[in-house]
Design a binder for this molecule. Structure first.
Ligand SMILES: [Zn+2]
Length: 347
């Protein structure tokens, strides 16, 4: 019988919620900052890992760390390196399909040409396919910038059809409710792009923001969104009936005893919501990449392998991968399920 760690490692996976800028290894951040003449507020890899405890306010402190790392990315070659390294990690983690937010507006501020950036991302997705990893990019808007700025990037994306599959949101939520960007989301939908939006955990007006996403913007997916459990039953029912998917992030920090938000993940799943398990920013949390995160959930004991397979099926179905990629993954999951009581290694 495989151990939980082995089982989590060989499980074929889809991941729907990561951010490219959160996949940079600390050693690469330090090298990149040095090369680009950027002063990071960290001296070493150990400093960076220690800073990942974040403290309170957790989201704001996390964002300060995240944007410090992001500040070192100054050239399209940096993005090419980050994307390549991340795909290597996805392959090691048996991730068949991954959807990656890229906060395109901020790259413009960093002096990177968006046309070149989108070409680079497209090339990197093509080479990922050759490594058995299907990559789709999501344009995540910076919510502290204007709607006009968000829409201006859509016009660049128009010149690169197929470079991104959908739109979502990054950055600070407080003071920037989803409905503020309704015009942007409508413009994206008109272009045939898929819609997701972040509703971060336990923020001011979390439930109202989820309501806006469901009822006013009409998203297909909500990133995080665990406060749906605090919403009136009618909103939860509407989300379930419309099969809105929630990308839950049960990551942990260096001093956490284990995965966070497990009860809420289980509660959402038990109430019939479509949910997935995601690393968000795998190099910025102690939980790391997806195999380790899933192993952590299994080791905790409250999530069984059977439930994990059911969650992964929801993830595949809710993804924006092609029909063929989804069918192949569902067939692989069936093999894992059939083998679950034996020692068969599926990968
Ligand atoms: Zn996120």
């Amino acid at each position: 019988m495989l151990t939980d760690d082995e089982w989590a490692s060989v499980l074929p996976k889809f991941e729907l919620h990561t951010h490219l800028e959160g996949t940079v290894r600390p050693e690469d951040s330090i090298a990149m900052a040095k090369r680009n003449g950027i002063d990071l507020p960290f001296e070493s890899v150990d400093d960076m890992r220690a800073a990942q405890d974040y403290g309170e306010p957790a989201l704001q402190n996390f964002l300060a760390y995240h944007y410090a790392v992001f500040s070192a990315i100054r050239r399209v070659e940096d993005v090419e390196l980050i994307a390549r390294r991340y795909v290597e990690r996805c392959a090691e983690n048996n991730i068949r399909h991954v959807e990656v937010h890229v906060c395109l507006q901020d790259y413009v501020d960093h002096g990177i040409d968006l046309d070149e950036l989108l070409d680079t991302l497209h090339e990197s997705a093509l080479s990922a396919t050759r490594m058995g990893v299907d990559v789709a990019y999501i344009y995540g808007i910076n919510r502290s910038l204007s709607v006009a700025s968000a829409i201006a990037v859509l016009k660049v994306i128009d010149r690169h059809p197929g470079s991104v599959v959908g739109v979502g949101s990054c950055s600070e939520e407080t003071g920037h409710p989803p409905v503020m960007f309704a015009e942007f989301f409508a413009a994206a939908r008109d272009r045939g792009l898929r819609l997701t939006a972040h509703c971060d955990c336990d923020q001011l007006n979390s439930v109202e923001h989820i309501r806006q996403c469901v009822q006013e913007i009409g998203v297909e997916r909500i990133d995080h969104g665990v406060n749906i459990l605090d919403a009136p039953e009618s909103l939860l029912t509407e989300a379930r009936d419309r099969n809105i998917h929630f990308t839950v992030v049960p990551t942990w920090r260096p001093s956490d005893p284990g995965p966070r938000r497990i009860e809420r993940l289980i509660d959402m799943h038990d109430r019939g919501l479509s949910v997935s398990v995601n690393t968000d920013d795998p190099e910025e949390f102690a939980s790391g990449h997806l195999s380790k995160l899933i192993a952590g959930l299994l080791n905790d004991g409250r999530i069984t392998r059977e439930r994990m397979i059911a969650i992964m099926r929801d993830t595949v179905r809710a993804s924006w991968a092609s029909v063929q990629v989804k069918e192949d993954a569902l067939a692989e999951l069936q093999v894992v399920e059939d083998a679950s009581a034996s020692d068969i290694v599926v990968s």
